[in-house]
Write a protein that binds this ligand. Structure first.
Ligand SMILES: Nc1ncnc2c1ncn2[C@@H]1O[C@H](COP(=O)(O)OP(=O)(O)O)[C@@H](O)[C@H]1O
Ligand SMILES: [Mg+2]
Length: 193
């Protein structure tokens, strides 16, 4: 497979062996299968009636990742067990997810920030933890959409209707916004989404 784009998780050889569809040899073929799988997950999640407590927990985060990637990857829905170029040491993933989910439940309950900002702060911290071997960006964006639509009853983010997976100008802006959020400035990400 092609080398990954900047800002992408590097998938280890062991994780690549978890590919369920052996006929996939090209990145763009993989992209298509993943897109189909993710479309199914979106349908699944839209049918659900959810509250903040239902979705802001480890079990739901795993379930959503599983629905997004289980046609393609054996490790769909399972937290990673190796170190990555992005994210916390893998042994800390579950703990950090718990802290984040508790924080976010508090924000929702106490209306600490406006809804958009809660969704994006959650999304940004989630992707910074990097729970899964791959698909963290798409998973975190879908979580932000679930919070916006299902929990807050608002319109989902456009994410500029852009293709954030390949190396477009949009993706560059998006990664720059994420880096600003890493430095504690959530503004560019709010503007972008
Ligand atoms: N410096 C960074 N800080 C936080 N998140 C980042 C950073 N660089 C990249 N990311 C996030 O990581 C994602 C890539 O992780 P990956 O697991 O490959 O997700 P996907 O396969 O869905 O693109 C990017 O889409 C972005 O959301
Ligand atoms: Mg990736």
């Amino acid at each position: 497979m092609d080398p990954p784009e900047e800002g992408q998780t590097l998938v280890s050889e062991e994780e690549k062996a978890g590919l369920k569809i052996k006929m996939i040899t090209l990145q763009r073929e993989l992209d298509v299968f993943e897109l189909q799988n993710i479309a199914k997950a979106r349908k699944w999640v839209k049918k659900k009636k959810v509250s903040a407590v239902d979705v802001l927990n480890e079990a739901f985060l795993k379930k959503l990742h599983q629905h997004m990637f289980d046609d393609v990857w054996k490790w769909a829905g399972k937290f990673r067990q190796s170190e990555k170029n992005i994210g916390v040491p893998w042994v800390r993933v579950a703990r950090e997810v718990k802290v984040l989910c508790d924080d976010a439940q508090f924000w929702v309950e106490h209306e600490t920030f406006p809804p958009e900002e809660i969704a994006l702060r959650f999304k940004h911290r989630l992707v910074s933890i990097h729970c899964f071997p791959n698909g963290n960006g798409r998973h975190a964006r879908m979580m932000a959409d679930v919070l916006m639509e299902q929990v807050f009853g608002l319109a989902v983010f456009s994410w500029r209707a852009g293709d954030l997976i390949s190396a477009t100008e949009e993706r560059k802006m998006y990664i720059a916004a994420l880096r600003a959020a890493d430095r504690g400035d959530i503004g560019p990400l709010l503007d972008f989404a």
